[in-house]
Design a protein. Structure first.
Length: 568
């Protein structure tokens, strides 16, 4: 037991999260290690892992609630004289490579890009009394090579392109970020905060992750670049007589990528399909709350709601706290007014750790179209629904402190059969807020994007910080578009084709290791894409062509390497 506690302490020291700072979302090795330690009962059980980044400070987990607190380790740390401390944060390097087409996910400020892409980051942290300042900018450089996107006529019908532009015009998700090398310097994982009693009030550009999902969080993930936001949040569980509470309330600014969708100037059937998006930033507000009852150890339940609108709409209507308004459509102040110019979603989530089994079960259920009233919610629960369900378990081996880890996660964001009576369109797109739920051109929620479904199965061997294993995944791209474009119910195309699903089958190998001051996470994906971009080989000019023909399949290799080095 003391040996495991000491390993945690060494990890926190080595990564330079010494007296404070946060563990950024996606940090190599340490985040997954702490989650495993919790399943083994060696890390604070009241912390839900529903909110990340993880804070390790005198107001957060490291001193007040983490199990290693009682060993008084932090009083012995170097460079902690007086009330002021300046710490060099770990230098980090993220490297990604995609051979045929973009397939990297949950990579923050990095973009969808073919070729080599790098993200480098480093910075400083200081704390004076309740004030903390973390400066950790990120530099992104992407080769941004050309690749095959959604193909033009005659490889797709003109009517198919008209349907495709329902999505292109309702979300800011460019296929390519220009035609040259992409370079961008961002504030990255930076923040200025006032911290007291386990609470934090401040300004931040850090990436956020809400909910218990490991791969696909529906409401908030690090799939897109972090955005500037005011935040009021807990840094650790706030314990009461009925249990522990965690929350985060944010108000932020979302911006567009500035890049147009493909074929935006092509004339199809006498008109240009592309409709320019408003030149305005989006006012974003969200509230997420999690509760862990004291009577059921390891259980946490929570809710999240976010609302976004263009800044001009917020100014003209004075709607600056929309997250507390209009949960049901019956409360809309105007049938065709500013409420329809707001994009919103509401969800619930839960996580339950079974300590005796070293296992956890988690879920996230959300809706992106507000019900008319509570009765409507009960009658049509599937309408506009997205769902993630997962389970993770550790199996001990014959060696001390060594385990096999099993993880399965299933995510569905495509519409259910409810669309036959009431079409809600896809998650993350919107008819009025036409940038969709994005920042800098990437979805803020699940990396699967609009209409995406996936099943992921992983097996690994873990010991301490080290983890090596593999996984398989099935990923259906934008099933909503597929149904709308090629089914009998919606399509006006000559040929109704039930074989057009764009499905990726992936084999995944990964390796995590701590080398003294280095923390390494390396993964290699091989993906076989069936019907890439929903394209098949039949002649579209032949109305008698049988649709069940071979598709245009592609192979892609994806390499991701994350490396963190502490200067201490």
């Amino acid at each position: 037991m003391r040996k495991n506690i000491f390993l945690i302490l060494v990890a926190i020291h080595t990564i330079a999260f010494v007296k404070a700072q946060t563990i950024p979302v996606g940090s190599p090795v340490i985040e997954s290690y702490l989650r495993r330690q919790q399943l083994l009962g060696k890390f604070d059980s009241s912390f839900s892992f529903n909110y990340r980044p993880i804070n390790l400070s005198k107001n957060g987990l490291s001193i007040d609630t983490a199990v290693f607190n009682k060993y008084d380790y932090f009083k012995k740390l170097p460079n902690s004289k007086g009330d002021t401390q300046i710490t060099l944060l770990p230098a980090s390097l993220n490297l990604a490579f995609d051979s045929d087409h973009p397939d990297s996910r949950n990579d923050g400020a990095m973009i969808r890009s073919r070729g080599i892409q790098t993200l480098v980051s480093g910075g400083i942290y200081t704390e004076v009394g309740p004030l903390s300042i973390q400066i950790k900018p990120e530099l992104v450089i992407a080769e941004n090579r050309n690749y095959q996107g959604f193909p033009l006529w005659p490889r797709h019908y003109e009517s198919t392109w008209q349907i495709r532009y329902i999505w292109f015009n309702s979300i800011d998700q460019p296929e390519r970020y220009g035609t040259n090398t992409y370079t961008k310097l961002t504030p990255g994982q930076s923040s200025i905060r006032l911290n007291k009693w386990g609470l934090s009030l401040g300004i931040s550009t850090e990436n956020l992750w809400w909910g218990p999902a490991i791969r696909n969080s529906i409401m908030m993930s690090n799939n897109a670049e972090g955005f500037p936001h005011f935040t009021f949040n807990t840094q650790k569980p706030i314990k009461t007589q009925i249990g522990s509470f965690e929350w985060q309330f944010i108000t932020g600014k979302l911006v567009g990528s500035g890049y147009k969708p493909p074929a935006h100037d092509v004339v199809i059937r006498g008109r240009i399909l592309y409709s320019p998006k408003p030149d305005d930033w989006r006012y974003f507000q969200a509230l997420s709350l999690s509760y862990a009852p004291k009577w059921i150890k390891g259980l946490s339940l929570g809710m999240t709601r976010w609302v976004q609108q263009y800044n001009e709409n917020a100014k003209s209507t004075g709607s600056y706290f929309p997250v507390f308004q209009n949960l049901f459509r019956k409360n809309d102040r105007e049938e065709f007014g500013f409420n329809l110019a707001q994009d919103q979603a509401f969800g619930i989530f839960g996580r339950w750790i079974w300590f005796d089994s070293n296992a956890e079960f988690y879920f996230e259920l959300a809706k992106n179209d507000a019900p008319i009233n509570f009765r409507d919610l009960l009658v049509d629960t599937d309408h506009s629904r997205a769902l993630t369900v997962g389970v993770s378990k550790l199996f001990p081996t014959i060696k001390e402190n060594e385990f096999w880890q099993f993880n399965f996660e299933w995510t569905q964001t495509s519409q259910t059969e409810s669309r036959l009576l009431r079409n809600s369109l896809s998650w993350y797109i919107h008819g009025r807020v036409r940038h969709g739920y994005t920042n800098n051109g990437e979805v803020l929620g699940s990396a699967l994007g609009p209409g995406g479904n996936a099943q992921y199965l992983e097996v690994s061997k873990v010991k301490g910080f080290d983890r090596v294993g593999g996984a398989i995944e099935r990923f259906v791209h934008n099933n909503d578009f597929n149904v709308f474009a090629f089914s009998d119910n919606f399509s006006s195309a000559t040929i109704k084709d039930f074989t057009r699903y764009w499905v990726d089958y992936s084999v995944h190998a990964f390796y995590e290791k701590r080398f003294d001051r280095f923390f390494l996470n390396a993964s290699l994906f091989y993906t076989y894409s069936l019907n890439y971009q929903w394209e098949v080989l039949f002649d579209p000019n032949d109305p008698h062509a049988f649709p069940d023909t071979p598709g245009v399949d592609r192979n892609n290799w994806n390499l991701d390497i994350k490396l963190s080095y502490s200067l201490f």
